[in-house]
Design a protein around this ligand. Structure first.
Ligand code: FES
Ligand code: FES
Length: 179
């Protein structure tokens, strides 16, 4: 028996790829991914969608939050293979290039941003919250954003911005051009 035959198969370096088909921001992609590839790496490294940030890579910080079929998920906790036949939305997908979605406008105007590193993840979590709860209270917002760590703002203006975003979305505000 060779040395390799004595090693459990699950301990061998996996080099096979898996073919997946996934919709990202409304565009269909057919991709070959390694079984170990994380969704965040697929988005950033294969598709160039670097608006999804990487912080901890252990599910703690929320910087990598995207939507999977409308639900906020931490993309460092999802395998790329799990995106097969699913719909992914990233921060690049919330408004057309050169426009700001009402929630982005609200974060800008209410100073819900300082360095901005957490902001894409916070916005994706907030959009999932507003989709299920169009008029969230401060407690609702703070609870929904428990998994999104911000080292800068102290969260106060983020909560104000999400409240304002919910109001703008409820009244039907549309993305605005920034040009
Ligand atoms: S990078 Fe995914 S939760 Fe921190
Ligand atoms: S604005 Fe800097 S981490 Fe949130």
């Amino acid at each position: 028996m060779s040395i390799f035959e004595s090693i459990p198969r699950e301990n061998l370096l996996v080099t096979e790829t898996i073919s997946i088909s996934t919709s990202v921001n409304g565009t269909e992609h057919a991709l070959d991914v390694e079984p170990r590839t994380l969704l965040v790496h697929l988005l950033r490294d294969e598709l160039g969608l670097t608006g999804t940030h990487i912080g901890c890579e252990t599910g703690q910080c929320g910087a990598c939050t995207v939507q999977l079929n409308g639900a906020a998920v931490k993309s460092c906790m999802v395998l790329a293979a799990q995106a097969d036949r699913q719909e992914i939305t990233t921060i690049e997908g919330v408004a057309a290039q050169g426009s700001l979605h009402p929630i982005q406008q609200a974060f800008w105007e209410e100073h819900g941003i300082q360095c901005g590193y957490c902001t894409p993840g916070v916005i994706m979590s907030s959009l999932s919250l507003i989709a299920s709860n169009p008029d969230p209270s401060e407690d609702d917002i703070r609870h929904a954003l428990e998994g999104n760590i911000c080292r800068c703002t102290g969260y106060h203006n983020i909560v104000i911005a999400v409240r304002e975003a919910a109001a703008r979305i409820a009244r039907g505000d549309r993305p605005q051009s920034i040009r």
